[in-house]
Design a protein around this ligand. Structure first.
Ligand SMILES: *[C@@H]1O[C@H](CO)[C@@H](O)[C@H](O)[C@H]1NC(C)=O
Length: 444
């Protein structure tokens, strides 16, 4: 597919030019409304779509596109012996948009879907975690992603292998993201989420077809840090990348600064010299990303969106003190809105989420998806520096702040999910659950 050339028809980002976003654009309530409306429409369509499966004759639709078996069917890019999944040693992949489009056609799969198909990719190291509760914590972080993905119709791929041995640690994400694109030609987007990031708003859906419609790569940034060319200006821990040739080329360029390439050592020095606060000589994935974007912005800005308006990826230190207040704000809205208190099946989550988002917008200050101000739920709370697996947290954070923070965020998210099962946790840091009374939270 010609993603790089496609101007999404639904693009309502009304966004200022990307360079303006870099400088931190104003908030667009009108846009939020459109994004929300699109979400409702998608949810309604999803429900209508599933209802139509019951319509007589619809089953013929299912056989209209027989899926070719192992022996038959047209040859596709998978049959090319030169195709390599390897991000480093393999032959460069070219013409991916056409190959992907052809594969979709041969399977009778429409390229566009609503919502757009997403594969979330996350992962952790191959060996057991050395930290005391490391593996237990990673299990809970994984469970949190499973919850979010189940509720949003997203497929989750969890990786624990270094597909390219030299690309270890934080560089391991590039080979697996690239391989995921090839293994999932049906997916429009790959969403990388670090293992230590927690979804703390189960209601928020990424505005993929709208705000990000014309873009291929989206990451979270902090405008003031970008301006001073800090290596913390753009976060590499969470990003979405469109499944297209532009993205493969972008990943290649990013990977070339990594440890599998001879230029890696030189890049370490370049990054230290060019970024304002990089004090190490070793090129990490994030400083490489920041450099790649900031120093090639003219070339990349058309397809890159640096999200600065909501917590596409929020840092835990800015969030933890506010989570109880966020929970209280949402409860207050639900006390006034009987419709939001109705129990429902989990598969109707998105419809109810859209109604809740509509009710809290206006009543609870702050952007949808959460932000540095206000009381909206943060989409993602990222425990950067807490190192749950190794236990070797950044010495400036106390054990309590990291440990309690992670547990608090995970339980905060769990409570949003447990509700469809009739329970919630007894308190923000209590692992016991209590049954929810009917009509909660009106009579809690
Ligand atoms: C957690 O909640 C349960 C149920 O209310 C209670 O019995 C227990 O004492 C609480 N645990 C802590 C550590 O507060």
């Amino acid at each position: 597919m010609a993603a790089s050339a496609e101007a999404a028809p639904l693009r309502v980002s009304a966004s200022p030019a990307a360079s303006k976003q870099l400088g931190g654009a104003g908030r667009g309530h009108g846009r939020d409304a459109l994004v929300f409306a699109a979400g409702v429409a998608a949810a309604v369509l999803a429900i209508l779509g599933s209802a139509s499966v019951l319509a007589p004759g619809s089953s013929s639709l299912l056989v209209a596109f027989p899926v070719p078996g192992p022996e038959d069917g047209p040859r596709t890019f998978y049959d090319d012996p030169e195709l390599s999944y390897d991000a480093v040693d393999g032959r460069r992949l070219t013409g991916w948009d056409a190959k992907r489009a052809e594969w979709l056609r041969s399977r009778g799969i429409a390229r566009r879907s609503s919502p757009e198909r997403v594969v979330m990719v996350s992962g952790s190291q191959p060996e057991p975690c050395p930290g005391d509760a490391g593996d237990h914590l990673l299990l809970r972080f994984l469970k949190n992603k499973l919850n979010y993905c189940r509720l949003h119709g997203i497929q989750l791929l969890y990786n624990r292998d270094f597909l390219q041995p030299a690309m270890s640690s934080y560089w391991a994400k590039i080979p697996i993201v690239r391989a995921a694109m090839l293994a999932h030609p049906e997916a429009e987007w790959i969403w990388w989420v670090d293992s230590d990031a927690v979804f703390t708003d189960m209601d928020f859906s990424l505005p993929l077809a709208t705000r990000y419609g014309g873009y291929n790569f989206v990451a979270y940034g902090v405008a003031k840090d970008i301006r001073r060319k800090s290596w913390l200006g753009i976060n590499a821990g969470v990003f979405i990348i469109r499944n297209c040739q532009w993205s493969l080329d972008f990943l290649d360029e990013w990977a070339r600064m990594g440890p599998a390439y001879p230029e890696h050592a030189r890049w370490g020095k370049v990054l230290r010299d060019e970024l304002s606060d990089k004090d190490s000589d070793v090129a990490c994935d994030q400083s490489a990303l920041v450099y790649l974007l900031l120093f090639n912005w003219d070339r990349l800005e058309k397809k890159t969106f640096i999200e600065t308006e909501y917590y596409f990826m929020g840092w835990w230190g800015e969030i933890m003190d506010r989570l109880d207040g966020v929970a209280a704000s949402y409860e207050a809205v639900e006390r006034r809105a009987p419709g939001l208190r109705r129990r429902h099946a989990e598969r109707e989550h998105l419809l109810h989420a859209a109604a809740r988002n509509a009710a809290v917008r206006g009543a609870v200050p702050g952007p949808a998806g959460g932000g540095k101000t206000g009381w909206r739920r943060p989409l993602i709370t990222h425990f950067t520096g807490c190192q749950p697996c190794s236990g070797g947290r950044n010495p400036t954070y106390s054990k309590e702040s990291c440990d309690d923070g992670m547990r608090r965020a995970l339980l905060f998210a769990d409570d949003q999910v447990l509700r469809a099962y009739g329970f919630r946790h007894a308190a923000p840091l209590n692992d016991s659950v209590l049954p929810l009374p009917f009509d909660y939270p009106a009579r809690s």
